[in-house]
Design a protein around this ligand. Structure first.
Ligand code: HEM
Ligand SMILES: *[C@@H]1O[C@H](CO)[C@@H](O)[C@H](O)[C@H]1NC(C)=O
Ligand SMILES: *[C@@H]1O[C@H](CO)[C@@H](O)[C@H](O)[C@H]1NC(C)=O
Ligand SMILES: *[C@@H]1O[C@H](CO)[C@@H](O)[C@H](O)[C@H]1NC(C)=O
Ligand SMILES: CC(=O)N[C@H]1CO[C@H](CO)[C@@H](O)[C@@H]1O
Length: 328
């Protein structure tokens, strides 16, 4: 083949690769002309909401993760369905109700007042997530913008696409790998469990009858911590009681999650395994010893989550109301 032919093919390949990876390229400056104050508007709303309730912090962060893993970073998780069959209605939604949704809905309202019809709910969720992380002591990173909102939200699409607290390292690695997130990304993102709550039902298997043996406690749990958890979570407790996932600094975004893992204070099996499995242990030790290393890896991995299956004007819309698709 001649040089011209292969150049042409190279150009076509580049165009194809570009459109798969970045769509209509995301950029931190995306709204500079169309909505120059968008970041301040969102931050002010997030600040007010946190002032009302600190649950805003973990609720928003977790919602961003669940949104991204199911049909991409497109605010599909915020859609409310009259038939209760949208993404947020799936069984793994326990902590997703309430404050995370409210944060985005309120920020959207404030943004619409300044620049109607311009800023997507997916971008507002990405900005609000950065703000809750920064306002709780975590890194204040730059957020790429320019996502459109998704047109599909189905609870059936959630099943099997979110990690479970019972996962072992292979399960975790393979679920994140489906989205081109490597083991270090997965370990860094798990550090989000430095804030927020979990319901007892998610870990009581480690406190009673571990591995089906009556009275057995997971031996990788610190024994005093296991006793405290038993006190907070009696065997017969329903799904109502929740405990802090980081018992030491529960509303601060820091690297204490990793020192917890080293010391037997990992709440879920999926947390504890990051230290007990020798393949991931050295990264946990590194993040426990060096908060900047954790923050750098977290920011990089959050950027990747925010780029998952980004919608464009061709397959998305700018929702007017984050909880419903626009009527056409
Ligand atoms: C690695 C696999 C993961 C598993 C198995 C997992 C599982 C869970 C579970 C079971 C809960 C408790 C929900 C409840 O009982 O209310 C939870 C809470 C939470 N997760 Fe994860 N998660 C994982 C990764 C992540 C990631 C990557 C993020 C964000 C980047 C995240 C953010 C959160 C937050 C902030 C909470 C607290 C929610 C609240 O207090 O409202 N998780 N997670
Ligand atoms: C935070 O909330 C308190 C009441 O709980 C209120 O007095 C204060 O003005 C609020 N601050 C901001 C910045 O909204
Ligand atoms: C994050 O950085 C921006 C831009 O420099 C700044 O305006 C904002 O106040 C910072 N947020 C926090 C929580 O420090
Ligand atoms: C901690 O991590 C940062 C950022 O990754 C790195 O630049 C620094 O050298 C590390 N510090 C130590 C003491 O290893
Ligand atoms: C807020 C919310 O969507 N809650 C739902 C969580 O999932 C259960 C079981 O599927 C539903 O009953 C809740 O309504």
């Amino acid at each position: 083949m001649g040089a011209r032919g292969s150049n042409l093919i190279a150009i076509l390949v580049l165009i194809a690769a570009g459109s798969v990876i970045v769509g209509e390229a995301l950029s931190p400056q995306y709204y500079w002309q169309s909505c120059p104050r968008v970041q301040e508007i969102v931050r002010d709303e997030v600040r007010k909401k946190i002032n009302e309730t600190v649950v805003t912090i973990p609720a928003t962060l977790r919602m961003f993760f669940h949104d991204a893993l199911v049909t991409g970073s497109d605010a599909s998780v915020i859609i409310a369905s009259p038939n209760n069959d949208a993404e947020k209605d799936s069984s793994d939604n326990l902590s997703l109700a309430g404050d995370g949704f409210d944060t985005v809905i309120r920020a959207k309202k404030a943004v619409e007042a300044a620049c109607p019809g311009v800023v997507s709910c997916a971008d507002i969720l990405a900005m609000a997530t950065r703000d809750v992380v920064a306002l709780s002591g975590g890194p204040n990173y730059t957020v790429e913008l320019g996502r459109y909102d998704g047109m599909v939200s189905q609870s059936g699409l959630v099943d099997g696409n979110l990690p479970l607290p019972s996962f072992n390292l292979d399960d975790l690695i393979s679920m994140f790998a489906k989205h081109n997130l490597d083991m270090v990304d997965m370990i860094a993102l798990s550090g989000a469990h430095t804030v927020g709550f979990s319901h007892c039902t998610r870990f009581t298997n480690r406190l009673y009858n571990y591995n089906g043996q009556s009275g057995q406690i997971d031996p990788t749990l610190d024994s005093k911590y296991a006793n405290q958890l038993q006190g907070a979570c009696p065997t017969n407790v329903g799904p109502t009681i929740a405990v802090n996932m980081d018992p030491f600094t529960p509303i601060t975004f820091d690297n204490v999650y990793y020192t917890n893992l080293v010391n037997g204070f990992g709440l879920f099996s999926s947390d504890a395994v990051l230290f007990t499995d020798t393949r991931s242990r050295s990264t946990v030790q590194q993040f426990a010893a060096n908060q900047s290393a954790f923050f750098d890896a977290f920011v990089s991995a959050m950027g990747k989550l925010g780029r998952l299956d980004v919608k464009t004007s061709a397959n998305g819309e700018i929702r007017r109301d984050c909880t419903t698709f626009n009527q056409h």
